[in-house]
Design a protein around this ligand. Structure first.
Ligand code: SAM
Length: 403
């Protein structure tokens, strides 16, 4: 099947696996999305005004010092009714986005399951799907419903279920945007404008597309033969690697069967060849040196520190000499001012079921890579500019080259 293109409606590609909204679904989703943008935009910026004009001086008077840790600022702000309302409403906005999508996907679930089965058995299929019914997902995945996703990544309520993946694909366009910047009203308005539906592009692939474009410039003669994407969920950020290196074999792994079923069908629908496996990233079944490029997007912030150590060591084992590891995820806390740390990290840890995000922001990834086998001099990090037209977003990545 050739690479397919489909209509783009409200900034989202309507491929055959995408659940379609009725007028009322669409209206609810637009509301949830605008509500979230307001909370991230001008209402979020109100916390900065409150901090600058009132809470900071109050804190210094009470403690006779500036706040030392992001938790000091959070606790002081959360004594204010404005921040309490804002925080509750932001959490409501998150829940509303799921509530505006879930029933829509449920109504279409039998059709989506049938379509996914048809892609799996089609004679014209490009890639493959290998599930492991005996795989036990790690507890840090099974015990947490990340970012308040109902049922988390793993829930399966029916045979060949794809709900977790189908729902992720739709809510991604409502909430999968850059988090709030708190640099004042003008900055908040710019942020809100960037956060329109589909801020990661109509296929939701803007993060890997940006990092891939950076890699292409930085390593012009690099031609990976095999690529592995870790924690691919539904493959939003797997597919840019297929386009960037069309001669490479692309593999993607995740622990979630419902997400992988959807990911495989979606890749087939879009005409991209990817081989999906249900495996854990900390111990895969691939042989030593099998890959030239191992990538992940937005995976690290959902892992415990000890698992990040194990995954970096596994990346080292999997890479052939001169191979590259590239992890795209949020930047370190030291790149942010304290208020941005609260709104991009700390708030999510406390109120949005992202228990490990703050820990990642404090972790020295070069040190983790060195412990995993990479030479410290071969590690690098940076911010890749978005390739989406009109976007000024920059996406953080960390990488290392195996000698
Ligand atoms: C935030 S999502 C990743 C998003 C995805 N890469 C994207 O770009 O849209 C985290 C994913 O990692 C998966 N995951 C978490 N721990 C994992 C592990 N140890 N091995 C494989 N997958 C894992 C989860 O099931 C989930 O699908």
């Amino acid at each position: 099947m050739a690479k397919q293109s489909y209509p783009i409606v409200s900034g989202v590609t309507r491929h055959p696996m995408m659940a379609l909204p009725t007028h009322d679904d669409h209206s609810r989703q637009l509301f949830a999305q605008s509500f979230m943008n307001e909370m991230n935009g001008s209402y979020g910026a109100g916390n900065k005004v409150l901090w600058d004009r009132k809470v900071r001086s109050q804190y210094v008077r009470e403690h006779r010092r500036e706040p030392e840790h992001v938790g000091d600022v959070r606790r002081a702000l959360l004594r204010e009714p404005y921040t309490q309302y804002w925080s509750s409403l932001k959490r409501c906005a998150r829940e509303m986005s799921y509530e505006s999508v879930g029933p829509m996907v449920e109504r279409q679930l039998p059709t989506l399951i049938d379509r996914a089965r048809a892609y799996r058995t089609s004679n014209r299929r490009l890639g493959s799907l290998a599930l492991d019914p005996n795989l036990r997902a790690p507890r840090y995945v099974s015990a947490v419903h990340y970012h308040a996703k109902p049922g988390g990544y793993l829930s399966e309520l029916t045979e060949d279920d794809v709900f977790a993946g189908a729902e992720y694909d739709c809510t991604y366009f409502l909430t999968g945007t850059r988090p709030a910047l708190v640099g004042g009203k003008a900055e908040a308005e710019k942020t809100a404008a960037r956060q329109r539906w589909g801020a990661y592009g109509p296929l939701g692939d803007g993060y890997a597309a940006a990092v891939g474009a950076w890699a292409e410039v930085e390593f012009p003669s690099f031609r990976p033969r095999r690529i592995l994407d870790l924690g691919c969920t539904i493959g939003h950020n797997t597919l840019p690697w297929v386009d960037l290196y069309p001669r490479a074999e692309v593999y993607a792994i995740d622990v979630s069967a419902p997400c992988l079923r959807y990911a495989h069908a979606r890749a087939e629908a879009l005409g991209r060849r990817v081989h999906f496996f249900q495996e854990t990233a900390e111990r895969t079944t691939f042989s030593d040196g099998y890959f030239d490029l191992v990538v992940s997007t937005m995976l690290l912030h959902e892992l415990t520190v000890s698992v990040i150590h194990r995954i970096f060591a596994e990346c080292f084992r999997l890479l052939a000499p001169n191979g590259l590891m590239l992890h795209a995820d949020m930047g370190p806390a030291k790149d942010m001012d304290m208020l941005s740390q609260i709104f991009q990290l700390d708030w999510n840890t406390h109120f949005n079921a992202e228990p490990f995000i703050t820990k990642l922001s404090e972790l020295d990834l070069s040190d983790v890579a060195a412990k995993g086998g990479f030479a410290t001099d071969d590690t690098f990090r940076g911010y890749a500019p978005s390739t989406q037209p009109g976007s000024s977003a920059k996406y953080h990545f960390f990488g290392a080259r195996r000698r």
